[in-house]
Ligand binder design. Structure first.
Ligand code: HEM
Length: 366
């Protein structure tokens, strides 16, 4: 193997400018000096190594998410740029899947073995993982969406007063909060989706989109009435109650697509992509949406498996960070950032019922 020197290596003490070794390239000397091995037990070193590997992955995740967000943020995204975002999100998903598996290594720590050094952690907790908060903010998890209205910066404001590192973490998080998130840029991108061949700024775009949304909703109402009649015939409930249930789904579709009576173009674009997934021009957009869903699903599963590992090691104790522990962690598994991508699934209808496609040639369909 031959490694090209990075600028950082060239100036590294002890590194060779001519022919960097494996260790030089990876900064191994520095990396392996960070586990405090002489002073701690094998169990505690394991605890530290597991945490550090997670934090390294978080670092990579932040980089991938920021670059995906930046690519998506340009007003005119070249067609070939979407695959690059897809590629990054696939990597992030795989990292979360790997991290979900990694809890099993943590679980080799028995409750008793953990108690040996747990008090030494003081109030240090995953709560203070600023990279975790950074990646959540970057994805688009808002403070309002957090359980109990938890302030993600609260802990860091306190830490900023106590140490330079705390102040640095707070500054970083504050600046991330002022940036657009991946979800903000994805919504802006969705709002530019050509619907029935019409793009924002085109003459009549508003009318075209409104017609599309109205015809989708009326197809859904008709289908709901048919289903209600069929299900009550099968003896699955009183016909009026069934009708009301299906009507409320159609009402939900209206609220989703037209909150406050105004069309939400991003949601209409999303519905269009999901409904006409078979169109050649929409194949990358739908792939991107699929990968975003997959990423969020992987994150939820990662949070869930963290909670199960914690339950196994500390039961229902409160966390070192002062939360209720497992109950708090379980509550975080209900977080959904890409809310619209999840909600649209409820209002999709089968292909035969969707509104007739206008301008099929626009989408590469002869
Ligand atoms: C014995 C092992 C572990 C136990 C018992 C444990 C326990 C907990 C508990 C109880 C919380 C809730 C906050 C609190 O009150 O402290 C928490 C949060 C957290 N832990 Fe762990 N944890 C362990 C290992 C890890 C590892 C290896 C990581 C990897 C970085 C990690 C990352 C986090 C993160 C990021 C949070 C914040 C979650 C959020 O607020 O959404 N934990 N942990």
């Amino acid at each position: 193997m031959h490694y090209k020197p990075t600028p950082q290596m060239i100036f590294m003490a002890g590194g060779s400018r001519e022919r960097p070794s494996y260790g030089d390239y990876l900064n191994l000397e520095e990396l392996l000096a960070l586990q405090g091995d002489e002073n701690i037990s094998a169990d505690e070193m394991h605890f530290m190594v597991v945490h550090q590997t997670f934090e390294l992955w978080f670092k990579q995740v932040i980089r991938e998410l920021a670059e995906s967000r930046d690519t998506l943020s340009s007003k005119q995204i070249a067609e070939e740029m979407i695959p690059s975002v897809v590629h990054r999100l696939v990597r992030v998903t795989e990292i979360f899947r790997l991290m979900s598996q990694q809890w099993t290594v943590m679980e080799t720590l028995s409750p008793q073995d953990f108690l040996v050094f747990r008090d030494g952690l003081g109030s240090a907790s995953g709560f203070e993982s600023y990279q975790m908060r950074e990646l959540e903010i970057l994805i688009g998890l808002s403070s309002e969406q957090r359980t109990g209205g938890m302030d993600p910066l609260g802990r860091f404001r306190k830490m900023a007063k106590e140490s330079e590192n705390g102040a640095k973490a707070l500054k970083k998080l504050e600046s991330r909060l002022n940036e657009d998130s991946l979800w903000d840029t994805a919504r802006a991108w969705l709002s530019r989706t050509p619907i029935m061949g019409s793009s924002p700024g085109d003459e009549d775009d508003e009318q075209v989109v409104k017609n599309y949304v109205e015809s989708h909703i009326s197809a859904q109402v008709n289908h709901g009435e048919e289903m209600a009649a069929r299900m009550s015939k099968w003896g699955m409930g009183d016909s009026e109650a069934m009708k009301a249930r299906f009507a409320s789904i159609a009402e939900g579709a209206r609220d989703f697509l037209m909150p406050n009576g105004e069309i939400d173009r991003a949601r209409a674009g999303l519905l269009f992509i999901e409904s006409y997934r078979d169109l050649p021009l929409l194949s990358w957009p739908r792939t991107l949406i699929d990968r975003m869903i997959e990423l969020e699903e992987a994150m939820v599963k990662w949070r869930h498996s963290h909670a199960r590992m914690v339950e196994r090691i500390i039961g229902r104790r409160i966390g070192t960070g002062g939360s209720s522990g497992v109950d708090y962690l379980d509550a975080t598994t209900s977080y959904r950032v890409f809310t619209d991508l999840w909600s649209v699934r409820t209002i999709l209808i089968k292909n035969e019922l969707r509104p007739k496609l206008e301008n099929p040639e626009f989408y590469g369909f002869a």
